[in-house]
Design a protein around this ligand. Structure first.
Ligand code: URA
Ligand code: URA
Length: 196
């Protein structure tokens, strides 16, 4: 039987060789994802930006540094969770990946979810949430709520850190304030998971 690492390596090499959609023409590096393959929680963003394309690692630019800080605010290290994106190649100019591009890439993310088998998936922002729900949705309506997905998994959507960079207010009810509430909930999921 293959180990989780061997299965993820197989997905990685298929991603590296993928030319199934136009995004492949623009990439410097593919960005598969990184973290604990046994993590109970998986964060899924939209797609690589410039820094991610340059390094091949997810969420390492400005938005990524904010995500890392948000996790660390509740003593979660990046290495304790798994972090990836809906699409594995950078959309030019950081535009939203099209439905066709998301569809072409979907089997990779679904493969990663099958390997890791997390209890909780955290879609970051509207694009990732829309991918999982199969329709256009507003993140503001769903963030901080639990949505059952494929029977045994739970989606717990949060705002995308890029959105927080554009909306820096910390006033009560602001996106940052709501994100603070949401990440505390993530902390409690992890604590709960450890106790079992
Ligand atoms: N934004 C994303 O959605 N993903 C990244 O990896 C970086 C920025
Ligand atoms: N729109 C998005 O795509 N993401 C957010 O987090 C908020 C608004």
């Amino acid at each position: 039987m293959l180990t989780k690492q061997e299965m993820m390596d197989a997905i990685k090499s298929r991603v590296e060789q993928c030319f199934s959609c136009p995004l492949s023409n623009f990439r410097t590096n593919t960005v598969l994802g990184e973290g604990d393959l046994d993590a109970p929680i998986m964060f899924v963003g939209e797609g690589p930006g410039a820094d991610e394309d340059k390094t091949g690692r997810p969420f390492v630019g400005r938005a990524g540094q904010l995500l890392t800080k948000i996790l660390e605010s509740v003593e979660i290290k990046r290495e304790q969770v798994y972090i990836c994106n809906v699409v594995k190649c950078r959309p030019p100019g950081n535009r939203v990946p099209s439905k066709e591009e998301q569809r072409a890439c979907a089997h990779f993310l679904l493969g990663q979810i099958a390997v890791i088998n997390p209890q909780i998936i955290v879609p970051l922002g509207s694009t990732a949430l829309g991918f999982f729900m199969g329709k256009s949705v507003s993140i503001g309506e769903y963030r901080g709520t639990e949505i059952k997905w494929k029977g045994n998994k739970t989606l717990f959507p949060m705002f995308h850190p890029s959105f927080l960079l554009r909306n820096p207010s910390r006033a009560k009810g602001s996106p940052k304030d709501l994100t603070w509430r949401d990440i505390k909930k993530i902390r409690s999921y992890l604590d709960e998971y450890k106790r079992r």
